[in-house]
Design a protein around this ligand. Structure first.
Ligand SMILES: C[S@@+](CC[C@H](N)C(=O)[O-])C[C@H]1O[C@@H](n2cnc3c(N)ncnc32)[C@H](O)[C@@H]1O
Length: 424
């Protein structure tokens, strides 16, 4: 049987699988103020079920999904290891059980979730590439209705690599569907240069000039030339397949208003939640990868975003934190003096593993990417009064807090593993 002939069955079975899926047990791990935004360490289907159980059906204006593309590859992140040496670490896998069928089941179930969550005027964006976008457009026609198709956006970029056997593949496709024909849309404008770059002087048409010549502003077209996150970009996190903020900012602004909710069901390094926070929207985002979530959290804290972080597990799987606390009349001074990662959870190649062999807890301090300190820990939810993120290779590991309360220190390392130390 061809895959095309199987699609109706797979779409229906995915609907049933989504409906039958249970609500996951996610608990609040960390609370950074209250803005109504959420980040979760879990898969997209569980997260959708969780949001539905919180009464959020039909409440989300923009749902963006940038899932693995069925490329059959594994993706890594470049991390700064012991002694500042660059190491490669597994970020996520794009290999599927039963290949195409397993992939369709996962993605269609996630799309059924998106359909229940999107608001009556909202829209859903599915970001894919040539591998499978043609099949998923058929699935989206079925799930959202052909009449609700809005755009096939081409994101065109420059990047290295080409072949002598085919044209260089330098675009991704983003399928946009509305919840209904009545979808919210704030069309952005773009420059359209005049022929010969000279002014036309047409009556009633505003013209502008920049270093290239004269132009007018027209409604934006569906081909977007936006640079990828380059090696030297200040946005770069090192997470494979990180998308540029300019792309997500455009998606968010055209499909939602300030104060609305935007969601990303495969958030990776967190570009959508970061852009949502920057543009005054609330966000709901999830990913299955600890590294992805840890990078997202760091970016959000950097942005001063407020959110609640949910996860299904406790801190087991992290390393060991050593800290000294000295008490004075003014309160307590905390100093993190050592960190030992638990490498049993890490899959490193032999060369990279050797870098960790003779590492002391003091050397391990260089592996700390962020530190959160809650000086009034209630025994369950981390509410950091102090949050430090490594910037330009440095992080401040000393802090002063008041004299009352249980102290909880949570450290996140280069692998995204979190460890907790509680000092009574
Ligand atoms: C293409 S990346 C997303 C990149 C992201 N847009 C960014 O700007 O960094 C795809 C992400 O999907 C995550 N993922 C894979 N399967 C998932 C699932 N079932 N639910 C949620 N996330 C998943 C991977 O861990 C990976 O981070």
């Amino acid at each position: 049987m061809s895959l095309l002939a199987d699609l109706p069955r797979l779409i229906e079975e995915s609907r049933a699988a989504f409906e039958e899926a249970g609500v996951p047990e996610l608990t609040v791990h960390e609370k950074n103020g209250s803005s109504g935004s959420m980040l979760a360490l879990c898969d997209s289907i569980s997260f959708s079920k969780f949001l539905l159980s919180k009464g959020l059906a039909g409440k989300i204006s923009t749902i963006y999904m940038d899932p693995p593309f069925l490329s059959g590859s594994d993706y890594s992140a470049r991390l700064s290891g012991p002694g500042g040496k660059s190491i490669s670490h597994h970020a996520y896998s794009d290999r599927w059980t039963n290949d195409e069928e397993g992939y369709i089941r996962m993605l269609c179930s996630a799309l059924w979730g998106a359909k229940s969550l999107v608001s009556p005027q909202g829209s859903v964006f599915l970001h894919l590439d040539w591998h499978f976008v043609h099949y998923m457009k058929i699935c989206m026609d079925e799930i959202f209705g052909r009449e609700n198709f809005i755009n096939e956006i081409i994101w065109q970029y420059k990047s290295g690599g080409s072949s002598k056997k085919h044209f260089a593949r330098k675009h991704d496709t983003i399928l946009m569907y509305g919840s209904s024909k009545d979808h919210y849309f704030d069309i952005p404008k773009e420059k359209s240069y005049n022929r010969g770059m000279k002014p036309y002087h047409f009556k009633g048409v505003d013209e502008y000039e920049d270093e290239n010549g004269w132009y007018t502003l027209v409604n934006m077209k569906d081909v977007w030339a936006i640079d990828m996150v380059g090696r030297t970009s200040s946005e770069r996190t090192g997470y494979a397949t990180q998308k540029p903020e300019a792309l997500l900012d455009r998606i968010i602004r055209c499909s939602s208003a300030e104060g609305d909710i935007c969601a990303d069901l495969f958030c990776g390094s967190g570009t959508l939640p970061v852009c949502a926070a920057k543009s005054g929207r609330r966000f709901f985002a999830c990913d299955t990868g600890k590294l992805a979530i840890s990078i997202t959290k760091k970016r959000l804290y950097d942005e001063g975003a407020k959110f609640i972080y949910y996860a299904g597990e406790d801190y087991s799987g992290g390393g060991k934190i050593d800290a000294e606390v000295t008490t004075s009349e003014d309160g307590r001074d905390i100093k993190i003096t050592g960190y030992t990662p638990d490498l049993t959870y890490i899959d490193l190649n032999e060369k990279d593993e050797a870098l960790f062999r003779d590492m002391t807890p003091e050397d391990g301090l260089a592996l700390i990417e962020s530190v959160s300190i809650d000086p009034g820990y209630d025994g369950s939810v981390q509410e950091p009064a102090i949050y430090r993120v490594k910037t330009k290779g440095a992080i401040d590991l000393e802090a002063s807090v008041g004299s009352e309360g249980k102290i909880s220190i949570v450290v996140s390392d280069i692998f995204g593993l979190e460890s907790q130390l509680i000092i009574s």
